[in-house]
Design a binder for this molecule. Structure first.
Ligand code: SF4
Length: 321
């Protein structure tokens, strides 16, 4: 299998108890089937087994979750911000989300793409300060899993993503121009893939997009309130943010034939950095608010397609301001 990952991936290390914003606070943790099966095998007299059984419940999407403790803390997060479940039964038996966070892993037939998410502040610092967002590949002995992706579409998207990267990295132009070119390119590709309403809903204002129904960290609300509309800085961090969203989401269009929204996500990420705070903490908050809340992400995806304020035309106006 071919493994693709950013070159900095190997340098990521969780700082656990020293983390300024634990990933074990603010959101629900899904318990995956494999972990649930393991918990059933635990000795009922074990304190950790009793604690697990006490907190298991269902969310509105019918996922099995751990009921959060006060202040939206994971019920297994102790006073030192360490995981009691990890300590009691080993990290390999914590839920899949906990074992993998902040990593994402996407398989496309014989290719696996992996990366880390801005939702972790340590990963966010790393990516924000990169001199250049680059990738490396390696081959492993692992056999590809069965898949039903459209091969032709996949290869079209792989080729298109390379072009999208080149547009974002074209340092002969200011970043605002590069992002505008990216939108034009994605719009053209979208017209060959599927219908796309691009802004038939005028009912929502640009800044309302960022008022998520599920607020994970109240700091985010303050960031949105204290926004400052200004031109986009020509800094490397903005290129890195755009590259992150393209890498993580562009190929997902193989499942929904929606490539334009993926390009818009890159543009919106840069606008978040511009309006709400030009630092790695702000983009970390945005990532945590949207990418890790099913509610917020479903709403955001819908708005990307339908909200007039997120149409190509309106985003391009913001880019040249
Ligand atoms: S947010 Fe990142 S650094 Fe913090 S505890 Fe989670 S994985 Fe570790």
């Amino acid at each position: 299998m071919k493994i693709v990952k950013p070159t900095f991936y190997k340098n990521f290390k969780c700082i656990a108890g020293a983390c300024p914003d634990s990933c074990c606070q603010g959101w629900e943790v899904d318990a995956d089937i494999e972990s649930l099966e393991y918990y059933k095998t635990l000795d009922p007299s074990l304190e950790i087994k009793q604690r697990i059984d006490r907190v298991l419940s269902k969310d509105e999407f019918d996922n099995t979750i751990f009921t959060l403790a006060p202040k939206k803390r994971c019920p297994f997060l102790n006073d030192e911000n360490l995981c009691d479940m990890h300590i009691a039964i080993g990290g390999e038996h914590t839920p899949y989300t906990c074992r993998t966070f902040p990593r994402f892993i996407y398989d496309f037939g014989g290719t696996r793409e992996i990366g880390i998410s801005f939702s972790c502040p340590v990963a966010s610092d790393m990516m924000y300060d990169l001199p250049s967002f680059e990738f490396e590949e390696e081959m492993t002995d692992e056999l590809p899993s069965l898949n039903d992706i459209d091969g032709m579409l996949y290869y079209t998207l792989v080729k298109a993503r390379k072009e999208a990267y080149a547009k974002v990295k074209d340092k002969s132009k200011p970043i605002s121009q590069r992002l505008s070119n990216l939108l034009d390119f994605a719009q053209d590709l979208q017209s060959q893939l599927d219908d796309y309403p691009d802004g038939n809903d005028e009912s929502i204002d640009f800044f309302e997009v960022f008022e998520n129904p599920e607020l994970i960290n109240p700091e985010w609300e303050i960031k949105v309130e204290n926004r400052e509309v200004k031109p986009i800085s020509n800094v490397q961090a903005n290129e890195n943010i755009a590259m992150y969203f393209l890498y993580k989401y562009f190929l997902q269009a193989v499942y929904d034939r929606d490539v334009l929204s993926k390009a818009k996500m890159a543009v919106v990420g840069v606008l978040v950095n511009t309006y709400f705070g030009e630092d790695s903490w702000t983009i970390h908050l945005w990532s945590k608010e949207t990418e890790h809340s099913q509610y917020n992400m479903d709403r955001y995806k819908k708005l990307l397609k339908t909200a007039k304020c997120l149409s190509v035309e309106e985003l391009k106006k913001r880019l040249i301001k």
